[in-house]
Design a protein around this ligand. Structure first.
Ligand code: NAP
Length: 520
């Protein structure tokens, strides 16, 4: 712990040491004394959370008190005491702790963001340097509840408020401007001490939490599910590069109602919209541009100066731009595989540019319906191999997230260009097959960057830093591919190790006396 803290002090003047993660905290704490002495510039918090309160410490209340006293005596300026522990301690024991050290009184609700006022009233029965109230976000709007609570109470109390859970990211980033005096981030990936906790480095470098103030405009990507989205990395980099005082968050909305309540109350300046809300959101907006209405899908929302919400579709530009950089679209023969939202954007956009468009889709009726609406041709899958195209566009999710499938076979790729809209992974099976046939490829990353660049321009009125956006996404995809490759490499060894362990312990587990003992 001491070594880990030592490696973090340079960038982190404020560090919580989770003493409950030590197997023998009482014996270990004196060994932290030199760390505290050498770094008086760092504020260290000593926390020993008991298992009953969501921590790792299995000892009694008296043992927790002994650990916190020892921490105080070894130089910790602050210790964290859970409300339940404070309530159970005698006044004399509590008084003794107050005499020794600064105090954070904390309360964690692992289920919901309900009853904040009652919980806080119980906490303020005890004097403290800081009050830390942590709840769990079960909706996006819970973040609004937490931030309103902070705004109401933070003038009177030094306090920290944050929502746990994947949906709590809004409070982790914006809580500081609502009155939270600090927030919590994990030191390294895999070492998060609470569900949904972001890395401290992400909070600083991606979300620029140190810069967030009342003037910071809030944007986000909304979808369900929303794991592994690269939009926050790309858009926050763009804001940073162009010195725009804005932050962009991943908003995992489980319902349209929750999303719109959050958009209204924060208030959010702009949204990137992804599955499954691209169609549904149109009805919730005040107005949309004609192309968005024609396509029936919106991927960009902006709040105008009048406070109203307007919808746009930048997927069209995201598809057209990479193609126009390579060929003239007038008269170009383009096959679109798929008939969903992305295919609709491609069909209407390409038709508008004078291309000869063909649709092939797994479900014939959906493909035919799109072909009718966009006034393009529908072809059966069996006919694809018989025809020649200038461009084939994959607008299906086939090939995404390690599926290693291709939407078309090699013999069907009779084309000059293959444009795979799937961008994660960068090298899909389709892209590899096309390369092997010397067909020029356009990776989905180009669409991702271009649709994001147009969003940036709609929101800020500034030209987007396209090269910077492409660079950060490429790097993120490379890091992801490298970590997946190393996981794949380790998988056989892990499997073998697991087998060994099982075979060693199995005889004991199946032995009768051991079974009886376990039952007892
Ligand atoms: P969508 O609305 O769900 O449409 C998916 C389409 O793919 C449907 O036509 C569906 O056919 C077809 N499909 C799904 N699974 C299939 C399978 N196993 N085999 C054959 N066809 C299958 O999705 P979307 O919003 O259009 O997005 C499609 C893909 O485009 C996404 O997965 C994403 O990778 C990509 N995309 C990329 C960007 C970017 O910025 N690069 C932006 C948007 C989308 P049925 O009609 O038969 O169901």
């Amino acid at each position: 712990m001491s070594e880990r803290a030592e490696s973090l002090v340079r960038d982190n003047p404020f560090i919580e040491l989770r003493l409950d993660y030590l197997s023998q905290p009482l014996t270990a704490i004196p060994k932290l004394r030199s760390l505290l002495e050498v770094h008086p510039e760092v504020t260290f918090i000593g926390t020993c959370r008991r298992a009953t309160n969501g921590g790792k410490f299995k000892g009694s209340l008296a043992a927790e008190l002994a650990v916190l006293r020892k921490a105080a005596d070894c130089g910790f300026p602050l210790v964290d005491l859970e409300l339940q522990s404070a309530e159970a301690l005698k006044a004399s024991e509590l008084g003794d702790l107050y005499d020794r050290v600064g105090m954070i009184i904390s309360h964690h609700n692992f289920r919901s963001t309900k009853g904040l006022d009652e919980q806080f009233a119980a906490m303020t029965e005890y004097p403290a340097d800081f009050y830390k109230l942590v709840s769990t976000a079960t909706s996006l709007h819970d973040n609004v509840v937490m931030m309103k609570f902070l705004e109401t109470n933070s003038a009177k109390y030094e306090m920290v408020g944050v929502c746990m859970g994947e949906q709590g990211i809004i409070s982790r980033v914006l809580g500081v401007r609502a009155g939270s005096v600090f927030t919590f981030g994990a030191a390294t990936k895999g070492e998060e001490t609470a569900p949904g906790q972001a890395l401290a480095s992400e909070l600083r470098d991606i979300y620029r939490i140190d810069m967030v103030d009342q003037a910071t405009q809030v944007y986000g990507v909304v979808g369900d599910p929303l794991s592994h989205t690269l939009s926050p990395v790309m858009m926050n980099s763009a804001f940073r590069r162009e010195a725009v005082n804005a932050v962009y968050l991943a908003l995992h909305a489980r319902s349209m109602k929750d999303l719109m309540a959050c958009v209204r109350d924060i208030p959010i300046r702009g949204l990137s919209v992804t599955m499954p809300y691209k169609q549904e959101i149109i009805a919730a907006l005040e107005n949309s541009d004609p192309l968005t209405r024609q396509i029936g899908a919106c991927n960009t929302v902006v709040r105008g100066a009048d406070g109203k919400l307007y919808g746009f579709n930048t997927d069209v530009a995201g598809i057209l731009m990479p193609l126009q950089q390579r060929l003239s679209l007038t008269g170009a023969r383009v096959l679109i595989v798929g008939a969903g939202g992305a295919a609709r954007a491609a069909a209407f956009g390409l038709k508008g540019k004078g291309a000869e468009v063909f649709i092939a889709n797994r479900t014939a009726e959906k493909g035919q319906a799109l072909a009718r609406q966009a006034k393009v041709k529908y072809i059966k899958r069996a006919d694809v191999a018989k025809l020649e195209f200038d461009v084939i566009i994959n607008a299906t999710p086939v090939g995404m997230n390690g599926s290693k499938q291709s939407p078309l076979e090699e013999k069907e790729l009779n084309t000059k260009f293959v444009f795979d809209l799937v961008y994660n992974p960068a090298e899909t099976k389709l892209i590899k097959m096309a390369r092997a046939k010397n067909i020029q490829v356009i990776p989905g990353l180009e669409m991702f960057v271009q649709q994001g660049a147009r969003q940036f321009e709609i929101w800020t009125g500034k030209p987007a830093p396209v090269a910077e956006m492409a660079y950060v996404v490429t790097k993120a995809l490379e890091r992801q591919a490298a970590s997946e490759a190393s996981e794949e490499q380790q998988a056989p060894a892990k499997k073998a190790a697991a087998k060994k362990t099982v075979s060693k312990v199995a005889p004991k587990k199946t032995a009768k006396p051991a079974k009886a003992k376990r039952k007892k």
